[in-house]
Design a protein. Structure first.
Length: 573
């Protein structure tokens, strides 16, 4: 008999009670929770079956999984780097039950998979595993095959940090009372990552920024601020607030500008020669309390000091740097600004600014229609710069005149300028959450035409960020787009019952919304081809190419995550 804990964890609807889509989602959720229980027992005692679940979870009719064929792992090591990263990969494990074996063999396979993790890490993991269900397939006779991707980490002071990624396939059977039991287990470590030597980065927040009072607002979560401040001041649910790095005071040291939720003053941290920082936003007139999402420090008037453009929940504000500090020069009303980028689009020697805007579905303002190809978002904004005298900024909305109003209302998160066609002027790529991404090609005078589909980079895939760089070192810039990767989304959109009646092109667009990041490599004819590499990034935001290990090749740093509750009852998106 299963324990009460196992009954709670394994409860799932019978196939006849719900449709296949809902049933498979319930199965995946239940199995993921059980594997989490096994993992916690493994961390506590070294035996995944030592916990309350015990061996009772394994069905009496269980059959062991056949030993997968040995795979030749492909290895890559940045040998030229003083701190190489080693990655080893091997083939994924198929599911094939062996009828000649029995329950004890199945139990040994389960335990063997956890032992393989410790061997790959060089010791026991130091924290609970990250578990994601990647696929659920009916196996007949009330059985299901559930495929999980499991990542373990080992971090021990004085040792190299290691991670191990495993693919585990579980065949589970659903009993008449809705509980699940294990029939078979297939598992293999498919990737090991080791960072040689001491950690490359160290958290110096406490020593660099010091203590209260300036850091008190940095310690509070979005949910904490929503508890303390009136909702009308602009503390949003999602916390889209960026950071800018620039030498604001011209002393040769990079400073930090932190954008804050509404009601909380933005902060300017000036770098001191000794490595510490001093908060100085109020003295420079930069302590705005408007809900601020992004900041861009650039010289708009050609006087060799940095002006600043701020993206607000209510629009864009431009502040000119003067002898008296920062003074507001212009303001453009546009709700939901998410990011800013600048380039001289018409080659007149003055930087122009492009602002991405977003209509937030989570606050009830607008729901994307259609979800997979929406064009009913907030309109983006091109700010033309015709300034002729220092400290006397002259700016105007030129979105329509430049052709950037076309396909410009697609729930945009990020944009970046790059000379794609090598003609000497900047072109523009825009990553959209719910609509097709756009690649605007500049005709040389500052007028743009969207050619994303023609050049192969439309990427309908919940875009959160974009970056250009020569990733394959062929002398041409490639494109990396950060998207949403969702295990649940892939499972749902692959089910036969999903969007019944929709044609294959439409279904393909829905599937792309959950597939992950996109890497487009430049082709000799000037277009791009999607490589299929570097897709994993979870819920990615603004991945950037950077050579982290000093070997001359660009790596990809991809921040990821969404809203996760820190306390019971709080929203968890």
């Amino acid at each position: 008999m299963l324990s009460s804990l196992a009954l709670l964890a394994l409860q799932a609807p019978a196939p006849g009670a719900v449709d296949e889509l809902q049933g498979s989602e319930a199965i995946a959720s239940s199995v993921s929770r059980v594997v989490g229980e096994l993992d916690r027992a493994f961390l506590a005692s070294g035996d995944p079956l030592a916990g309350e679940l015990g061996e009772a979870w394994v069905d009496g009719d269980a059959r062991a999984v056949m030993e997968p064929a040995a795979a030749d792992p492909s290895s890559w090591s940045a040998a030229a780097s003083p701190r190489p990263v080693l990655v080893e990969r091997s083939a994924e494990v198929p599911m094939a039950l062996d009828p000649s074996t029995g329950r004890e063999d199945a139990i040994e396979d389960l335990r063997g998979s956890f032992r393989a993790v410790s061997e790959a890490l060089g010791g026991a993991p130091t924290r609970p595993a990250e578990i994601n269900a990647k696929g659920v397939e009916p196996a007949g006779d009330g059985a299901w095959d559930v495929r999980l991707r499991v990542r373990h980490l080992r971090e021990v002071p004085g040792e190299e940090a290691r991670s191990a990624k495993s693919i585990w396939t579980l065949r589970v059977s659903e009993a008449a009372d809705g509980t699940l039991v294990l029939l078979g287990w297939a598992g293999s470590v498919i990737e090991r990552v080791a960072l040689q030597g001491s950690p490359a980065f160290e958290d110096v927040t406490a020593t660099a920024l010091g203590g209260a009072p300036a850091t008190e607002w940095l310690a509070d979560s979005i949910m904490g601020l929503r508890d303390r401040l009136d909702v009308d001041v602009g503390v949003g649910l999602l916390g889209h607030h960026g950071v800018a790095v620039a030498d604001v005071n011209g002393d040769g040291l990079e400073d930090l500008y932190l954008c804050q939720p509404g009601g909380v003053p933005n902060q300017l941290w000036l770098r001191l020669p000794g490595g510490q920082f001093m908060e100085a936003a109020r003295g420079g007139g930069l302590d705005l309390v408007d809900a601020t999402t992004s900041a861009l420090f650039v010289d708009l008037d050609g006087d060799a000091d940095l002006d600043v453009i701020l993206g607000l929940a209510s629009g864009v504000v431009v502040l000119a740097r003067t002898e008296q500090g920062y003074v507001e020069a212009e303001r453009f009303e546009r709700s939901g600004i998410t990011s800013l980028t600048a380039a001289d689009i018409n080659m007149d020697g003055r930087l122009d600014v492009y602002a991405c805007a977003y209509a937030n579905p989570y606050d009830g303002s607008t729901f994307p229609l259609p979800y997979h190809d929406a064009e009913n978002g907030q309109a983006n904004l091109l700010i033309a710069n015709v300034t002729e005298e220092p400290d006397k900024l002259i700016l105007g909305d030129a979105t329509e005149e430049t052709g950037l109003d076309r396909a410009g209302s697609r729930f945009s998160f990020a944009a970046t300028f790059e000379d794609i066609d090598d003609d000497g002027d900047p072109d523009l790529y825009v990553a959209n959450d719910f609509g097709r991404n756009a690649l605007y090609i500049n005709n040389g005078t500052g007028y743009f035409r969207n050619r994303a589909a023609e050049l192969g980079v439309e990427d309908v895939a919940a875009g959160m960020g974009a970056a250009f760089a020569d990733l394959d070192r062929d002398g041409q810039v490639d494109l990396y787009v950060s998207n949403m990767e969702s295990s649940a989304g892939r499972r749902i959109t692959s089910q036969p019952g999903f969007q019944g009646g929709a044609d294959e092109p439409t279904l393909s667009l829905f599937r792309r919304h959950a597939k992950g990041n996109s890497l487009f490599l430049r082709t000799p004819d000037g277009g791009f081809v999607e490589s299929g590499l570097a897709t994993t990034g979870h819920w990615a935001w603004g991945g950037i190419p950077v050579d982290l290990d000093g070997n001359g090749w660009l790596d990809l740093f991809v921040p990821n995550g969404f809203v996760s509750a820190a306390r019971p009852g709080a929203p968890d998106l």
